[in-house]
Design a protein around this ligand. Structure first.
Ligand SMILES: *Cc1c(COP(=O)(O)O)cnc(C)c1O
Length: 394
């Protein structure tokens, strides 16, 4: 079998063996319901509480500020919808950005249909949110600012501390979608003035279908799922014990290995970026050159269709993405690439490669060699490219 080179870690990651091993006993051995009173169930209850504490510690938060959800999308939905409902007597204005994940953008659209007003702040050519514009957009009826920590497509890291300070100064709640950042970047919710933070297990080698919303003590956010008294009555439903245990383990490993792992990823990422920019003509890097996620590279190749590029990479055993997994299959170019000012035809020729701790220098060199050949082949079939070359020769 051809070697698989998986460079789509922003879409999802492999659940690590250690995580799976930590989860297994909670399926068949300690399967008790954490809410039950007998001794047997206390093992499950303890495991949930340990995972909650581990995760809280990674953020400088309190254990009772971590609320488990079924993933990042649910946490994002909860943060926006419940804040909107709970604070609507203060106002109905929410500020977010043009480059958020659809879990935020589509929730914002849902709220717009229900009488809330949303301001979408733009970004500069590197994908950095325009902080001046954001501060100017704050009004007396603004109840929430939601800005993602780092972008899932182009990797740009946002000035979260600055935004947190602005939110605090104006007495507005601050939520951040940290699904891509958590486990890759150090985060302290107090230092950054974050009131709510969304995260998802499967983006950091944990299981799928588990996430959490950090809610700062004192934020009067409504419950999201009604039913039993789980998650301090704010999110009912029997706890996903194996998922929570797995997420706790993944968070622990991510925190422990962060420095070394990300240093290695940055080295590989920069090698990838340098080689592609040097060896493939008419190419641009999307996102900030240095202030980006350690494992993210995103390119636009002129005169190339992203989808054809993906198929030919797949033929070589390389898993990658164009734009984001959610937008593939549709003909609209990524909203993020349009927000940084790319024309449609350039946005269409985009490729996202996201590395993991298992990626090697050999993998990267092989991938760059493939990209070079494939781009050359695709361009040789492009009438646009032919015209372009002819014009340039005159
Ligand atoms: C993946 C992702 C989500 C959604 O998380 P799920 O756990 O898949 O629901 C939300 N925001 C960002 C930035 C993401 O990358």
């Amino acid at each position: 079998m051809k070697k698989l080179i998986y460079l789509d870690n922003a879409a999802t990651t492999k659940t690590s063996e250690e995580v799976v091993a930590a989860m297994l006993p909670y399926f068949t051995e300690y399967y008790g319901n954490p809410s039950s009173v007998y001794e047997f169930a206390s093992e499950s209850k303890k495991a949930v509480s340990n995972a909650r504490r581990t995760i809280a510690e990674t953020l400088g938060a309190q254990e009772n500020e971590i609320y488990f959800t079924a993933g990042g999308s649910e946490a994002d939905n909860w943060a926006l919808k419940a804040t909107a409902e709970a604070y609507q007597s203060k106002g109905k204005h929410i500020i977010t950005t043009k480059i958020e994940h659809h879990a935020i953008l589509h929730t914002a659209e849902y709220l717009e249909k229900r009488g809330f007003e949303i301001t979408y702040i733009g970004v500069d050519e590197n994908g950095v949110v325009k902080v001046d514009e954001l501060e100017k957009a704050i009004r007396p009826d603004t109840i929430l600012i939601s800005v993602m920590f780092a972008n899932n497509e182009i990797g740009t890291i946002q000035p979260i501390k600055e935004i947190g300070e602005i939110a605090k100064k104006h007495g507005v709640l601050f939520h951040t979608d940290a699904v891509q950042a958590y486990g890759q970047l150090p985060i302290n919710v107090d230092e950054l003035h974050i009131d709510m933070l969304s995260s998802s297990g499967h983006k950091l080698n944990g299981p799928k279908g588990i996430g959490f919303l950090y809610i700062r003590k004192g934020v009067k956010i409504r419950s999201f799922v009604h039913g039993g008294a789980q998650e301090r009555k704010r999110r009912a439903g029997t706890e996903n014990v194996p998922g929570i245990v797995g997420y706790g383990k993944a968070a622990e490993i991510a925190a422990k290995t962060m420095k070394e792992r990300t240093a290695k990823e940055i080295e590989l990422r920069d090698h990838l970026i340098d080689r592609v920019l040097a060896e493939v003509p008419y190419t641009r890097l999307n996102g900030h050159r240095t202030n980006r996620l350690p494992n993210n590279a995103n390119f636009s190749f002129q005169f190339v269709e992203g989808e054809s590029l993906l198929i030919l990479l797949d033929n070589n055993g390389i898993c990658a993405s164009s734009g984001s997994a959610c937008t593939s299959g549709s003909l609209d170019p990524s909203h993020v690439l349009l927000a940084i000012g790319l024309p449609h035809e350039i946005a269409h020729g985009s490729l996202r490669l996201t590395l993991s701790a298992e990626t090697t220098m050999e993998d990267i060199d092989f991938v760059v060699d493939c990209i070079k050949q494939i781009i050359e082949r695709l361009r040789s079939m492009s009438p646009l490219y032919e015209d372009f070359v002819k014009k340039n020769q005159k």
